[in-house]
Design a binder for this molecule. Sequence first.
Ligand code: C2E
Ligand code: CA
Ligand code: CA
Length: 736
Amino acid sequence: MLLAATIPVFTVFSDRAGPWTMGAWYAIVCALAAALIRMERGFAQQEHALPAAPDRHHHCGTIGLAGLAFALPIALFPGAAMAGPGPHFAAMQVLLGVYVVALAMAVRAALAFAAIFGIGGAVGLLMAGGLEWGAGAAAAQLCIAGLAAAGAVILARLSASLNTARAGAREKEETLSLLLREFEHDRAEWLWQVDGTRRMRHVSPRFATALGIEAQAAEGLPLIEAIAGEGWKTGALPASLRDLAERLKRREAFSGTIVRVQVNGTARWWELSGTPICDEGGRFAGFRGVGSDVTERTENAQKVARLARYDQLTGLPNRMMLNENLRRAMTDAASPHGHCAFLSIDIDRFKTVNDTLGHAIGDALLVQVAQRLREMMGAGDMCGRMDGDEFGIVMTGDASAAAVQAMAAAIIERVSRPYDIDRHAVHIGLRIGSATYAGNAETGESLMRRADLALEWAKEAGGGVHLAYEPGMQAEADKRRALENALHQAVENAELDLQFQPVVDTESESIVGFEALLRWNSAAHGRIAPDVFIPIAERTGAIVPIGEWVLNRACEEAAKWPAHVRLAVNVSPEQLLHENFTRALSHALDNSGLSPARLELEVTESVFLRDGAAVQATFRRIEGLGCTIALDDFGTGYSSLGYLRTHRFSTIKIDRSFVQGATKNSAESVAILRAVVALADALDMTTTAEGVENDSELENIRRLGCTRIQGYLFGSPMDAREARALFGHGGEAGVR
Ligand code: C2E
Ligand code: CA
Ligand code: CA
């Protein structure tokens, strides 16, 4: 452009300036142009980067010099400028103006050129032409330079904002591809893309791996065909895949869709998300999204779902599945077609099998029980394992009371036949509770609870029994629960009291001790007999704090008696085997100051059904403290003389039933009593006969040789104050 502008300069000025001056001028302009071309090439090679500041200054300075070079002829020969051929001068001005605008990329250089050329030229013209014509020409010169400069500035702005936009877009693109690369790198996921005809495009290596083919081979293949495997030919696509094809066709975005695909002939599970994409013109251009192989996760989830619904040992449905089934059956039963019922089955003596023959045999037994149950199920019935040794059955179809009863009886008959496990003959019993749905229980759980309640009653009724739920059972259970709650508060609410019943020596009939007997006067339920509330306390664990209270209270009272009078306190197995028992016992002794030798703890045979080693260890600790232990209620339970050999009790308390039996001359009672007394004498134990109510019973007991007597004949249980009053000032007491 600069060189082009030299041509009109020559035409205008060569006459005035002469060839030498013009030659020198031309050489200067050429040198400047060459320098500028060199510099600009250098800038171009740096591509997007901005040239360094010194280079830019140099460039600007050189262009400034060029501006001076063109202003000079006008300033030196203004006359020529005005007098020469006008169009040529104008062409020179226009060319230089265009040059300035073209310099917009280097806007400062453009301004420098325009300023120097415009001002230099204008000053020259003004000096030559004065006010007459110089001022106008100078103004025109300034105007042209000014317009060119303004054009350059506008163009520079435009180009700057265009550049910014372009750089922004480029940056965005770069960031996106960086993110995507990282995305594929860091995760097991891949990107996928299909065009408007659902053919795969831009297949990434990772996606190709997932497809099990080369990326190039995958390019352009229809997506569904590539992942359908054999199904593509036969037309038997899995539902998930058909669904995916449908969404692609409908151009619908989807996310987290699990599809079953075929990769190299093997079935896999993919999780796919996709969004429709559009081209620049806003037309639909296919889908783009992410995918991942979730085969393991899906299969694990299916396994877990199976695990969650089946019992692992027997392979039967578990409680959860039975519950689901029951709910379904109940919904169906709500239709006019009929009933459904739930049966709760409990194995009697399973614990004994487990304890005596070991868990392996116990497990094998459960498997065989499950097998027998399974064989008895009719169409529409489902049996399952609820928990431990409890099974359940959902009966649908005919679930009338008669059908349930028939099923229960058949199960009891069949399932309690002896088992042969590992050459062990195993005998078990069954108890069944059932509840029939008649629109009366809202949930499966509540129907199950009713069957369980009936089962509890069946258990109490003894082996081999089936009981159907009756509304009265619930009321009874509610009452029991209310009693349980009240019992838990009994110590706190000071509703407990102790009575004391004298124990006398058979010969002298003088009091040798008292048995402490617990009384509960409930604010809500009135007086409750110990035979009722003690079993409840034992079952709920309330016996531990209650027993502790009894020990403290009894010892405190006994400490007030003469030193030879002993105290007997009943202790339940639950309490005895509680970890805190010995500590509680020594506390009671310490707090009261009662000599341990005066305290006897009464335990029943049922304690031997517990962990033998733990029982023996506790007995040793009790005796280590200096207390003695009595075997209570001998003759009511197992009446095994064997127990007497297990532990050296200091006293055997013979139950009232033996005392009565002996009086009625029951040969068996008399024989056992004789044997017990003989054994006790030999082992140096005392024998106490319980429940002696009259003289004839007393006579019999005396004759048989029992050492102590406890019974209404010598005194009913009495208040602490009354018991204390029995001792005169001498401390000797008699009751008759
Ligand atoms: P047990 O240990 O056999 O207590 C003797 C029971 O026989 C007492 O009944 C007593 O009142 C009753 N009895 C005494 N003499 C006669 C008699 O001549 N004829 C008749 N028919 N009965 C007589 P009670 O007080 O109702 O206690 C019942 C059971 O409650 C006790 O039987 C004992 O097993 C349990 N028990 C009482 N207090 C406690 C306690 O503090 N802790 C524990 N764990 N159990 C207790
Ligand atoms: Ca007792
Ligand atoms: Ca007793």
